[in-house]
Design a binder for this molecule. Sequence first.
Ligand code: 5GP
Ligand code: SF4
Ligand code: MG
Length: 458
Amino acid sequence: CGVFGIFGHPEAANLTYLGLYALQHRGQESCGIVSSDGNRLRAHKGMGLVADVFKNDAVFDNLPGASAIGHVRYSTAGGNDLKNCQPINVDYHRGAIAVAHNGNLVNAQELRNELELKGSIFSTIADTEVIIHLMARAQRETLAERVTEALNEVKGAYSLVFLTETRMVAVRDPNGFRPLALGKLDGAYVVASETCAFDLIEAQFIREIEPGEMIVIDKTGLTSLHPFAKVAPSPCIFEYIYFSRPDSTIFGREVYGVRKEFGHQLAREHAVEADVVIAIPDSGVPAAIGYAEESGIPFQLGLIRNHYVGRTFIEPQQAIRHFGVKIKLNPVREIIEGKRVVVVDDSIVRGTTARKIIKMIRNAGAKEIHMRISCPPTSFPCYYGINTPTRKELISSSHSIEEINRYITSDTLGYLSLEGLRTSAGVPEGSAGYFCDACFSGHYPVKFPRLKSDSQLG
Ligand code: 5GP
Ligand code: SF4
Ligand code: MG
């Protein structure tokens, strides 16, 4: 998911719309904006892309005020309906509050069971609603204290933005799993999951919100607090591999450069004699450029992407169905025919994309196909907000690299090593790490209750 917030700007809702537009890659399922005019909160939410949900100017007339927060929701296994759109906004005895959440709480179900026994009635299946219920029950007085009291109960990943009638609060969990940045525009404070949102609205990037930091913004200015017990940070390395936009700066570095480093290292670890390096667009491009730079093999656009493929594309007729990946990608024959081709992608999840694309490249006349992946085998599910499928569906959790190579029908297959991933991302060699890399290593930095099955994950 992606979150955005702005406090103290006459165009708050409009700027939030633009911010969400820049964060669209972090979630396409639904989106929403809640604004405050100082007295009350108003919301507009809907299923689908930002440009579709906010397509009428009239919508913005109903989002008045100088502060607003917004959310783009990432599609998850269950619960893809309007009720689960964020920001969640409620009225309770303290007034109105809205919250937008990026991440996943690992003890939400336990807390929910306890809260239900005490009389709470939930209206969504989102883990985020637990936070609201905990805040409603909090004993302390100030907003910051109540947020702290609630968050002291929850475990897992959260980059959160809260909005009340008169305040905005931004918090990053103590591990700092998800990114969250602070900026300024015309004297107004802005927060966003990624700095690419600041670039679009021409806000100045001030700094990242630190792991475990809470920022409270009201008309008197900004207060920074560190209300939680300190733990070793573990930001999500998969943000660098796939999830964030390459033009964003997160965890201290611009993503594009990190992805190119992955490509350099991949070329050192899995060199091969070949004529051309191509990427599976768009996510494989920076690593492919890095591979080409390091190996000296020229990079070419061997696959062209149709950028107008929407999620709602309906295949016309039974008889001509199963276009599959051809709808989105088409090879450039001249680049591929008769060539030894290195194909770079950022990750293999189920293996279906790689298998289809290799078939396509083979049909375009490739002589040899060498698949290179800019991360290690994805063998473990994520419990911290990236929607990786269950272990059963992750091809690497039950198949060796040689078996995967056979399944996707490449001539050779090479993954970036875990050590190579860590050093390229900036972790000193041999050290235990700084990033979370649990989906590759199985070392989960925040423990979670045993679940009956992985399929409970969203
Ligand atoms: P597969 O076909 O192996 O299941 O998926 C691999 C492809 O999915 C890669 O091209 C990669 O860029 C992309 N991918 C990796 N992680 C995610 C994710 O969390 N969400 C989406 N939508 N795509 C992903
Ligand atoms: Fe990121 Fe993987 Fe850790 Fe999830 S398990 S937070 S995707 S590194
Ligand atoms: Mg991809």
